[in-house]
Design a protein around this ligand. Structure first.
Ligand SMILES: *Cc1c(COP(=O)(O)O)cnc(C)c1O
Length: 494
């Protein structure tokens, strides 16, 4: 299997190269040039396996330049003892048809763990093949959740160092403590005086500075990225949709197709669901759920992607995004791999903030997807409704998905079995969730978490509980002009 660039498809690389490099030189994203297809026998075999077995079966197809031992090593390392549930992606059934696929049983209580626990293994295995044994240095600028998930994933992974920069005033107290208390010998965390954009710009500047690259090479090191456009973050997400189908197959009352609803931001998670469908999972509609930042709802309806609009800060912050980077892979696919068209549309997006696809693609998009959105008020009402009707507590992102699911059923009458991707633990957004189910409040974040547990009779996830007594390891605050020297200091380079 080769990986080709969405903006220049004659660029062809191996899986190891695609993962180690992250993004193609001309700015395109890597996609497989062919997809494996799963037949009845494959699903029968997969159904008998546990999550790790299913992951090995599926991912070896996408990593055909990895040996079987390498694939097994990566998956065992990622999913052994790291999730609080025996299966990393269990399903809770509400009523007869609503299957909540809980993707938040990992160390940071959000779905990014499923990919970020595996990425470090994929990246270091790839780096061994294509970067002859150099140490991989990961730099991350974060507004909160990705930084913590990346730190947990890379902690103590041999031959890697990870450094995370976050804006000192731009993350929640809980997120700050999560990062500042990070354990591991190869982890480095630094708050910067500035906002998220300053952190992001600073990291990009370091990444692209040739003198810095040289200096790292002299020390046998190389930068890489844990960004969500890396194929190594997307591939692990395909697994849980296929795994969910295998779980449905084991139910007596399940047959035929099912729909999938995904609360969407960067379009990575829902794209993985589409790839599962392409590989043979019988998915009916892919339902794309957005909060008030509903650029994708409009795109699916009109064929015009237009980011020139107000940006809203919502209670589902991981979906507060106006540029969905992974959409590029989807339109490449639906255009029949037309790299020229994709490059032109992406240029238009950079230059004017918008692009419009042709009629053919517009109708293909409508065949596959249904888009809907809901505001904060509706999100809170949905949390309350599902808690009182089913005793099921969900987070704000999952609530957006459930709300849009109901809109879909009411509009179309299509009420077949549905998988809802549940992307975070309700305890990660305890303030909003508590306000949706009770009039009680807590004095601070830890109090709120305890009150939520008492009111709802649900358990606080261990990683959140442990935070209250966590030791703060990182206290450094640096000026944005000092980011490079903090990197050198962390890497012990003079
Ligand atoms: C990142 C994130 C999302 C959005 O996922 P995309 O793959 O970017 O579409 C949704 N919910 C939560 C909790 C997230 O952390």
């Amino acid at each position: 299997m080769n990986y080709i660039s969405t903006r220049h498809k004659s660029v062809k690389v191996t899986a190891a190269k695609a993962i180690a490099q992250g993004i193609s030189v001309e700015g395109g994203l890597f996609v497989p040039d062919t997809f494996p297809t799963l037949k009845k026998e494959d699903f029968e075999a997969l159904t008998k396996l546990d999550y790790k077995g299913r992951a090995k079966y599926i991912l070896k197809e996408f990593l055909d330049d990895f040996t079987e031992e390498e694939v097994n090593y990566c998956i065992e390392g990622a999913y052994t003892g790291t999730f609080d549930n025996e299966q990393p992606a269990p399903i809770s059934l509400l009523g007869k048809k609503v299957n909540i696929l809980e993707l938040w049983h990992g160390p940071t209580c959000a779905f990014k763990d499923l990919a970020l626990q595996l990425l470090p293994y994929l990246l270091t295995t790839s780096a061994k093949k294509v970067n002859d044994g150099k140490k991989t240095v990961i730099l991350v600028a974060t507004s909160g959740d990705t930084g913590k998930a990346a730190l947990e994933g890379f902690k103590d992974v041999p031959d890697t160092e990870i450094m995370v920069f976050y804006p000192s005033e731009g993350v929640s107290p809980m997120q700050k403590l999560q990062m500042d208390s990070q354990k591991g010998d190869n982890v480095h965390v630094c708050a910067i005086k500035g906002n998220f954009d300053d952190a992001q710009t600073g990291v990009k500047k370091i990444f692209t500075d040739n003198a810095v690259k040289e200096k790292l090479l002299e020390n046998n090191m190389l930068f890489s990225s844990a960004n969500s456009i890396n194929w190594g973050r997307l591939a692990p997400q395909i697994v849980y949709y296929i795994s969910a189908y295998c779980d449905l197959l084991q139910r007596e009352d399940f047959e035929g197709e099912f729909n999938i609803v995904v609360p969407t931001g960067n379009f990575g998670n829902i794209l993985a669901a589409y790839y599962a469908k392409k590989m043979g999972v019988p998915v009916g509609k892919l339902i794309c759920a957005s909060n008030s930042n509903n650029v994708l709802t409009d795109f699916i309806e009109s064929g015009t992607y237009n980011r020139n609009r107000d940006f809203y800060t919502t209670i589902s912050p991981s979906m507060d995004i106006l540029i969905s980077s992974n959409l590029e892979r989807m339109i490449f696919e639906l255009s029949g791999n037309d790299d020229k068209k994709v490059a032109a549309w992406q240029d238009s997006l950079s230059a004017n903030g918008s692009f419009t696809v042709d009629e053919d693609m517009k109708s293909k998009i409508k065949d596959i997807f249904w888009g809907g959105c809901c505001d904060d008020n509706e999100t809170l009402k949905t949390i309350g409704k599902y808690f009182s009707e089913y005793g099921y507590l969900c987070d704000t992102h999952t609530a957006v998905a459930l709300n849009v699911y109901e809109q879909y059923v009411n509009t179309t009458g299509d009420d077949k079995a549905t998988v809802i991707a549940s992307t975070a633990s309700p305890y990660k957004f305890a303030n909003s969730v508590l306000s949706a189910v009770s009039d009680s409040t807590g004095a601070d974040e830890f109090e709120t978490v305890k009150v939520l547990s008492n009111v709802t009779k649900t358990c606080i996830p261990e990683p959140i509980k442990a935070l209250e007594n966590a030791e703060v390891r990182f206290k450094e605050i640096c000026d944005k002009s000092e980011m490079l020297s903090s990197v050198y200091k962390a890497l012990k380079i003079n």
